[in-house]
Design a protein around this ligand. Structure first.
Ligand code: TRP
Ligand code: SF4
Length: 330
């Protein structure tokens, strides 16, 4: 095997079934990276509790659903370590130890903190755990001495904070225990939701990765097209139409022709939607059948997570020995 480029860690909160935005915003990147790096992909169930601690029942089920999506989209437990955060208690130990040297102001100024406090008004998240969310994330990353972290742009401040903490630790204890991880911004394909806003569970506008193939056409029919097109032969603007965004992703055959025809007004939206539905069905078919297989074998996901947890733990334990040593605890 050729030498790998370094260690990668990334994580996702277990939100249950994933949607196409997750696939083209993150998962697709993860699948590629497993060939080039030693990858650790972590289901961050403790992070889910920072906002859902009042309702923890669903977390377990959400973990299973999400991991089935990961695997059916091509995350390969032979190539990457797939595991659950709560199976590796070393994350919690490192979080605690790092909390000793993390200035409060570093956490308070993380932009996601204030934004989320405002957005999630219905939930009581003026908690200690929620403020510490990015520090727990730093522990996730540093405990594997990751060199790079693939994330979306919104997460970049968290990786920056992780670098600052690594630097502070190495400086305080005069040892290069932690590398400063690089941010690998995910290459993102735009998949708007059914209503042309960003695809998001909270907007109720998603298409699940695991959608039954026969339901794709009816879902696509709900999509908002160019609102300026009233009659079938009005010229349209594909650039503002979500259906065309889907052609860009799924139709490798004749997207240029569809674009032309839309602009000329020679194709109707109904036909345009039928055509993209077929391309989507072809694309999602292998994923769908792989997931059906996984659903039949409910033990398998648990076994994969158990196995991944073992591998992750071995690495994390080694790091923690160094950390304790550096902090005078061994
Ligand atoms: N905060 C990340 C998100 O909401 C999830 C996450 C937790 C994560 N730990 C991580 C991402 C470590 C990358 C690395 O998307
Ligand atoms: Fe959108 Fe297709 Fe209708 Fe053009 S023809 S507005 S691309 S659905």
């Amino acid at each position: 095997m050729p030498a790998k480029k370094g260690i990668i860690l990334s994580g996702m909160r277990p939100t249950g079934k994933l949607h196409l935005g997750n696939l083209f915003g993150a998962l697709e990147n993860w699948v590629k990276l497993q060939e080039e790096y030693d990858c650790f992909y972590c289901v961050v169930d403790w992070h889910a509790l920072t906002t859902d601690y009042e309702n923890p029942r669903k977390v377990e089920e959400n973990v299973r659903e999400m991991v089935m999506d990961w695997l059916s989209c091509g995350i390969d437990p032979q190539k990457a370590v797939v595991f659950k955060q709560s199976d590796v208690k070393e994350h919690a130990e490192l979080h605690l130890l790092l909390s000793m040297l993390t200035p409060l102001s570093w956490l308070e100024r993380v932009p996601t903190y204030k934004e989320q406090l405002n957005q999630l008004k219905g939930k009581n998240i003026s908690t200690y755990g929620f403020l510490g969310y990015p520090l727990l994330q730093a522990a996730d990353i540093l405990v594997y001495k990751a060199n790079a972290v693939p994330v979306g742009e919104d997460q970049a401040p968290h990786i920056e904070l992780t670098r600052e903490i690594a630097r502070r630790f190495n400086y305080l204890y005069k040892q290069q225990v932690f590398p400063e991880p690089e941010t690998l911004l995910n290459i993102y394909k735009v998949v708007p939701g059914l209503d042309n806003r960003k695809m998001s569970k909270s907007y109720n506008n998603i298409i699940e990765i695991s959608i039954p193939l026969e339901e794709i056409p009816s879902r696509v029919r709900m999509m908002i097209t160019d609102p300026g097109r009233i009659r079938k032969n009005d010229p349209g603007n594909p650039d503002i139409c979500s259906v065309f965004a889907y052609h860009r992703i799924f139709n490798q055959d004749n997207q240029a022709e569809v674009e032309e025809s839309c602009k000329k007004g020679s194709i109707g939206c109904v036909q345009c939607k039928t055509s993209v539905s077929t391309y989507m069905q072809n694309f999602l078919e292998p994923i769908y059948y792989k997931r059906r297989e996984l659903e039949k074998n409910s033990q398998l996901v648990m076994e994969i997570l158990a196995e991944g947890g073992k591998k992750a733990r071995a690495v994390a334990q080694k790091t923690m020995e160094e950390v304790r040593q550096a902090m005078g605890l061994s």
